[in-house]
Design a protein around this ligand. Structure first.
Ligand code: ADP
Ligand code: MG
Length: 457
């Protein structure tokens, strides 16, 4: 069907979209749009604001192109431009941000089965990965296996809390391997499990095995999903062995440490610890700052230094939270077109910051977790004892207090029985320096952090 009139064409496409997009999303994003022109194969659509344009362009693009192609009979390019914004107020923006969030979760279910499983994200590359003390080892190991797959560290096991860059690194490795002409397979453990189970059901376990065995490397994300799934563990174990024996690279990520994967088949845990095990710690202030700066420079928006520092200072525990905060600010600014200041950032992200504050750890629970881990009294950490364990536990407490709370050094000192601020600074620096070379220390920190009790919201 050839439609030349822009308005009629867009109406037909809208009709198609109405069928495939859930009603609330359709009403929010598509309904209030208007066709401007149709020239060559470019269909130009006017939308209420930049936020909607961004949304349609980046998140719904393939759905819209597919619908357009279906109606038009051949591909057309659909471009969106916002009407010039006049008096937008913040409450409107707030609504949109909420809608965006709920839409994103809707969209996931909408797309399932359409997007190729285990699709790899091009934004996740070594170029966009900011290296700091907290992730230096994981980054170096990932680079090494990318360039010499199967030769250095096999398997490579990367673990960390959520939102700290494991998936980003796995995708980065994938890109380098495929750029070098190899055939890597990236899979989430969930997909792996589902494929395995259905291959059994359909009697196609051979093709399942061949698929993975023919790969030059396998990158398996979030292995913790396999816990408790005995059948899949069996399948995984055999696939793993075949690939490993063939000298092909295996990279596995997990949000638990290898010690906490105890519930897994011993044969698997022992295979995994036979390679290189690296972790990613939560980013320290400097890294948080560089991550923000890098994402800001990609956005092309100008942020004053104090506003960036304000965000970095709010000590979000994961990179994902930090990004969420920044994206919120960017979305606002793009719509409202106002200058960025600390006050603006504070007001836009107050709920995020508030959640963090509510969901934060008290000084006492940090002290408690350290004392418990080293099996010593809280009071001795606060006291003056100088035996090795107590001194070490005291330094770790100081370090964690600085990383996990917004307390100034002097208050940390005061809380710990009246130490002065230079003692606290010295302790923090010592721990930071040792983190990279001392795997026992890293493991201590990881385990202590897992025992924190966050205050209930
Ligand atoms: P995980 O898999 O550990 O839960 P992700 O890899 O999904 O974490 O990372 C969460 C988000 O933070 C992603 O958008 C990712 O690009 C970003 N991110 C994590 N670490 C870094 C880093 N070092 N530099 C830049 N972006 C990062
Ligand atoms: Mg992940």
């Amino acid at each position: 069907m050839e439609i030349k009139n822009a308005r009629v064409l867009w109406q037909a496409i809208q009709g198609e979209l109405q069928i495939i997009i859930p009603k609330p999303s359709y009403e929010t994003w598509i309904k209030d749009t208007r066709a401007l022109s149709f020239n060559g194969n470019i269909l130009s659509i006017e939308v209420p604001n930049a936020f909607v344009a961004e949304m349609l362009e980046h998140r719904m693009h393939s759905m819209i192109s597919d619908a357009a192609e279906k109606i038009n009979g051949s591909q057309i390019e659909v471009v969106f431009s916002p009407v010039v914004l006049e008096n937008s107020d913040m409450s409107d923006v707030n609504d949109k941000a909420d809608i965006l969030e709920s839409y994103i979760s809707n969209e996931k279910s909408l797309h399932l089965g359409k997007i190729k499983k285990s699709s790899v994200n091009y934004r996740y590359s070594f170029e966009t990965f900011i290296v700091g003390k907290s992730n230096e080892l994981a980054h170096a190991a990932s680079l090494a296996v990318s360039n010499k797959p199967g030769q250095l560290y096999n398997p490579l096991f990367i673990h960390s809390g959520v939102g700290l860059g494991k998936t980003h690194l796995l995708h980065s490795i994938y890109h380098i391997l495929s750029k070098n002409g190899l055939n890597p397979v990236f899979s989430t453990t969930e997909d792996f499990t589902n494929e395995y189970i259905s291959s059994i059901r359909e009697g196609k376990t051979d093709s399942f095995r061949d698929f993975y065995r023919n790969a030059d490397a396998i990158l398996l994300d979030d292995i913790q999903f396999i816990i408790g799934k005995d059948q899949t563990q069996e399948g995984f174990f055999h696939t793993f062995n075949a690939i490993h024996l063939a000298g092909k690279q295996i990279v596995i990520s997990s949000d638990r440490s290898i010690y906490s994967l105890k519930a897994m088949d011993d044969r698997i845990t022992s295979r995994l610890s036979g390679g290189l095990v690296v972790d990613i710690q939560p980013p320290e202030y400097e890294t948080r700052l560089s991550i923000l700066q890098s994402k800001i420079s990609q956005s092309g928006i100008v942020f004053p230094d104090d506003a960036v520092q304000f965000m970095a200072n709010h000590g979000f525990r994961s990179v994902r939270e930090l990004e969420g905060c920044l994206n919120r600010v960017i979305a606002y600014v793009e719509i409202v077109n106002s200058e960025i200041s600390v006050d603006l950032v504070r007001s836009i992200t107050s709920d995020l910051i508030r959640t963090r504050r509510i969901d934060s750890i008290s000084e006492t629970s940090i002290l408690e977790a350290v004392a418990k881990y080293f099996a010593i009294e809280r009071d001795s950490i606060k006291g003056r004892q100088r035996d090795r364990i107590t001194a070490h536990a005291r330094q770790i407490t100081m370090f964690l207090l600085r990383e996990e709370t917004n307390l100034p050094l002097s208050s940390i000192g005061k809380f710990l029985g009246g130490k002065d601020h230079s003692t606290v600074l010295h302790a923090c620096n010592r721990i930071s320096l040792k983190i990279n070379s001392d795997s026992v220390l890293r493991n201590d920190l990881m385990n202590i952090r897992q025992n924190f009790e966050y205050q209930p919201a």
